[in-house]
Design a protein around this ligand. Structure first.
Ligand code: CP
Ligand code: NVA
Length: 299
């Protein structure tokens, strides 16, 4: 039994295994005899909105042979203040695994500790590991190995998605450049903890020049809505657009974890020109998460 709580804590060998298995899950999706979750029941416990993560996990869990229940945290006693550790000890006696989307990273960690069932982080304020594993899978699928490549993240460099990219960069040995205004740079302490070849810069040009992959995420993450006006103002230049893509390599990919806000972190033209990649990225959440689920239930 294993947990996927963060990319920071996920060993390289496990990342490589998940990425390898995902190739097979994708290629052989129609095969009905691969059901490592047969006879199980899994719970999705979400305190934030979701389209891709919810649908891909619900579909993936069913395809791997298990039943699945979706629990909005407001509908269960968690929303009325029942402690995580009590919820975890109850669910741990009833279901075989949990996929959690919430605010504090410590809540997912506490759930894993007390439930004693495989627990998967489906996004916290700190990390979005399943997303970045699917993104790297997509890069490899379209362009080959990511080691030695240059990934430029443009936008809010302090949120969960770039943080998972930071921990992936040092493990998978690609260069990561994060272009963000000073206020939305990743914390120095995180960069130091990760090691590897990562730079934070306020210069869009410096980040995008010669990049193999341009990547962005929303300017206003879930839970940050009160800061919307300020974020839209401060981040207004940190957009992937046609001008910026010209600085990257001619065959550079443009990715977005979605949902996209056209006219903010990406312009309409660039989004639509790269829609094939972006929606392949979304589809790959399913295949990669099936690999994660299969990995999580093995000894
Ligand atoms: N990218 C992503 O996690 O999308 P959802 O918020 O729709 O799950
Ligand atoms: N940083 C975004 C990711 C959405 C998938 C958020 O947390 O809302």
């Amino acid at each position: 039994m294993k947990n996927l709580l963060s990319l920071e804590k996920l060993p390289l060998a496990d990342i490589e295994k998940i990425l390898r298995d995902a190739v097979i899950y994708k290629r052989e999706r129609a095969r009905v005899d691969r059901k490592p979750l047969a006879g199980q029941t899994w719970a999705l416990i979400f305190s934030k909105s979701s389209t891709r993560t919810r649908v891909s996990f619900e579909t993936g869990i069913r395809e791997l042979g298990a039943g699945v229940m979706f629990l909005n945290s407001n509908d269960v006693q968690l929303g009325r203040g029942e402690p995580i550790k009590d919820t975890a000890r109850v669910l741990g006696r009833m279901v075989h695994g949990a996929v959690i989307r919430t605010f504090a990273q410590s809540d997912v960690e506490e759930f894993a500790e007390f439930s004693n069932i495989p627990t998967i982080n489906a996004l916290t304020d700190d990390e979005h590991p399943c997303q970045i594993l699917a993104d790297i899978f997509t890069y490899k699928e379209l362009r080959g190995p990511i080691a030695g490549k240059v990934v430029a993240f443009i936008g809010d460099g302090g949120c969960n998605v770039p943080r998972s990219w930071i921990f992936a960069a040092s493990k998978l040995q690609f260069e990561l450049r994060i272009a963000a205004p000073k206020k939305f740079q990743p914390a120095r302490e995180i960069l130091e903890r990760a090691g590897g070849k990562i730079i934070g810069t306020e210069s869009l040009e410096k980040a995008a020049k010669g990049a193999d992959l341009l990547y962005t995420d929303v300017w206003v993450s879930m839970g940050k809505e009160a800061e919307s006006a300020e974020r839209l103002k401060v981040l207004k230049d940190y957009q992937i657009n046609q001008k910026l893509t010209k600085l990257a390599k001619a065959d550079a990919l443009v990715m977005h974890c979605l949902p996209a806000h056209r006219g903010q972190e990406i312009d309409e033209e660039t989004f639509e020109k790269n829609a094939r990649t972006i929606f392949a990225q979304a589809e790959n959440r399913l295949h990669v998460q099936k690999a994660i689920l299969g990995w999580a239930v093995t000894k």
